[in-house]
Design a protein around this ligand. Structure first.
Ligand code: PLP
Length: 236
């Protein structure tokens, strides 16, 4: 049975092959795209296995889960927060993560700034944009983005480095393309208008990351394709 068993190494090789093909199609260097392993709901043992296979950047979507898990994982890893951040978790988030992908309000920026001040550090952040306008999604609307970006100017310890989005979940990855393209256009315009470089585009997940690579992503957030399906009863 061992020959049909899926291991972390075989799943990682498949993801890397998909990344290579998409980068080749898009004329991009695969080194431009960070593979962020989204380890939510996965045990420290699964993280260790992924780290042993060579992965160094991991994403979590709940501060509480991360606070328990990260101390049990190898120390050299870099952790990113990709979930919805509540202001009362900002202190923990600043302690645990080197980048927050999902800032969607001035209140959160302000809470992160104060937490950074208290901790004597700084943090990088992406602003989450709800490009599709789905009411179930977090993130600012494209119309609200310029105001949030200019609000970010008064914070010195939180550096906004780019934008993030989650497109509607559809079976055909091509359907995500217009949302990824729109995020890139929003980034290009915001960078031109504000003079901020905004180099990062956090977009693309297990089912659609090739399309995101073609549309300019710099960070794909991949859970299922690396770790296998998450347990049904577990939180998202
Ligand atoms: C869970 C999650 C992912 C990973 O999703 P998969 O489809 O399992 O790759 C990516 N981004 C965010 C924000 C998530 O919450």
């Amino acid at each position: 049975m061992a020959d049909t068993e899926e291991t972390f190494a075989t799943r990682l090789a498949a993801v890397q092959a998909r990344m290579q093909r998409a980068c080749a199609r898009a004329g991009r260097d695969v080194g431009e795209v960070l593979l962020l392993a989204v380890s939510k709901n996965m045990s420290p043992e699964r993280v260790r296995e992924a780290a042993d296979a060579g992965l160094t950047s991991f994403g979590e979507s709940r501060v509480q889960e991360a606070r328990q898990k990260i101390p049990l994982c190898p120390a050299r890893l870099s952790w990113h927060f990709v979930g919805h951040l509540q202001t009362n978790k900002a202190r923990d988030a600043v302690e645990l993560f080197e980048m927050i992908h999902s800032v969607d309000s001035e209140r959160v920026l302000d809470a992160l700034e104060r937490a950074c001040e208290a901790a004597g550090r700084s943090i990088r952040a992406c602003l989450e944009v709800n490009v599709s306008g789905e009411s179930s999604k977090y993130g600012v609307s494209p119309e609200q983005l310029p105001a949030l970006l200019s609000a970010a100017d008064r914070f010195f310890r939180v550096t906004v480095v780019g934008l993030m989005t989650i497109p509607p979940l559809r079976p055909d990855p091509e359907e995500a393309r217009p949302f990824f393209r729109r995020l890139r256009e929003l980034r290009d315009r915001a960078a031109a208008e504000t003079g901020r470089p905004l180099p990062e585009l956090s977009m693309g997940m297990s089912g659609d990351f090739e399309v995101a690579i073609e549309e300019g992503t710099t960070c794909i957030r991949v859970g299922t394709a690396l770790f296998g399906a998450r347990k049904v009863a577990a939180h998202g």
